[in-house]
Design a binder for this molecule. Structure first.
Ligand SMILES: Cc1ncc(COP(=O)(O)O)c(C=O)c1O
Length: 394
């Protein structure tokens, strides 16, 4: 498919209440640097989404809203076509975001003091889903070997008897892994043995690079009622600011339990804008997403080629637009490395330690921006680090 969507177009995002750009001064003390941190993209949403939103705005009335059957059908079709996952038998629940849905699951299916397993380095709101709700956070760090990450299944066997739930990140932000069906099967077997509920955050499921294939954990033949899935159109179509996600729950009673958790704050409704955008995205966003992934794959390959001769190593990026860069060869503290990159390279990245202890020595680079801007930033990172001494191999 030739590229018909213009991902090279630079769209000035500053002064649009944009966290990534307008938050630079607050976060980095530097209002002008190239911000390659928070996980949204610098690309416009797919044209069919923008057209549907425009039409909705032209209508003029933005009152209380409810989701249509058609929206659920569109989600169902998407899952079948793109993820090879039949939603038959699943109970869908619209939510105001994946993180709130994880929090609600924690409240619905565990009690204060219960253990919840999380596998760092990982998106940190999985930690806070447990800690904010007074659950015991049980860490099972991933194992890293030469830039390749795996789950520590022995560690899981040891922790599982002390846990009620595991929060899975699949594909895994920030290390970029797509968990294979075999790995997920092994995880499921452990969960079965120890009666663990798995809440699987699959927000990045659509952003997978060939030849890797995402396996929805709940689609495993033996998943039964053990796996709850959280997904969203937000990362896929770059509409995270609209605040809509969905849960697929394998039983009506699980759906009711999560609903009850939301009801404690009377959270029960989606806004008309996010409903329209979601239906348009899942219904008409296929070509845009296919081209987006081709564009991102090319950017990834060009970044990897630039970094290959340097001491900066990169985890194999199987999914997401978030590159996990290993700066350990330089032996500097995170703060020192961040400051050099901010002030000398003029680039703002996410601190690795944000993703847990295991992230020290790493920084996360969001490459979902016009390629020329990303490559220029990477070149500046390379020249900034070129003058540094190298420690022995980490
Ligand atoms: C794994 C993961 N889960 C959840 C979120 C945020 O989800 P939401 O904005 O829908 O709450 C992110 C955002 O980066 C993420 O990477």
């Amino acid at each position: 498919m030739s590229q018909t969507f213009d991902f090279d177009r630079v769209i000035d995002r500053h002064n649009t209440d944009c966290e990534k750009y307008d938050g630079r001064e607050r976060l980095f003390g530097h209002p002008d640097l190239t911000p390659l941190w928070v996980a949204d993209m610098d690309f416009a949403a797919p044209p069919p989404v923008l057209a549907a939103l425009q039409q909705r705005l032209d209508h003029g009335v933005l009152g209380y809203s409810q989701a249509s059957d058609n929206l659920f059908q569109t989600i169902t079709n998407w899952c079948q076509q793109r993820l090879n996952w039949s939603l038959a038998g699943q109970h869908l629940l619209l939510c105001p975001g994946v993180v709130p849905s994880l929090y609600a699951c924690v409240q619905a299916f565990s009690q204060p003091g219960d253990g919840i397993i999380v596998q760092p380095p990982v998106y940190p709101l999985l930690f806070t889903a447990a800690t904010t709700n007074d659950r015991k956070l049980l860490l099972n760090p991933l194992l890293e070997h030469d830039g390749h990450y795996q789950m520590d299944f022995d560690g899981l066997e040891q922790l599982a008897p002390h846990a009620k739930m595991l929060l899975l990140c699949s594909p895994h932000n920030p290390v970029g892994r797509v968990w294979t069906a075999a790995e997920l099967q092994r995880l499921l077997a452990i969960a079965e043995r120890h009666d663990l509920l798995i809440v699987s955050d699959e927000i990045h499921a659509d952003l997978v690079f060939a030849p890797h294939q995402h396996t929805v954990m709940a689609s495993l033949p033996d998943a039964g009622q053990r796996v709850i899935t959280a997904m969203a159109p937000s990362k896929t179509f770059n509409i995270p600011g609209l605040g809509l996600s969905w849960l697929a729950l394998p039983s009506a009673s699980q759906r009711d339990a999560v609903n009850a958790a939301f009801a404690k704050l009377h959270i029960s409704m989606s806004n008309p804008i996010s409903l329209v955008a979601t239906e348009a995205a899942y219904g008409h966003g296929h070509d845009w997403l296919t081209q987006l992934m081709a564009y991102l794959a090319q950017t990834r390959d060009e970044v990897l080629a630039l970094l290959a001769p340097t001491p900066i190593r990169v985890s194999e990026l199987q999914a997401t637009y978030l590159l996990w860069l290993d700066f350990r060869a330089f032996g500097l503290s995170e703060a020192d490395m961040m400051q050099r990159l901010i002030h000398q390279a003029n680039v703002g990245l996410s601190a690795g330690s944000w993703f847990g202890e295991a992230g020290h020595g790493f920084l996360r680079l969001n490459m979902a921006a016009p390629r020329a801007l990303v490559l220029a930033a990477v070149e500046r990172i390379i020249s900034t680090t070129a003058t540094l001494n190298i420690r022995t191999a980490p």
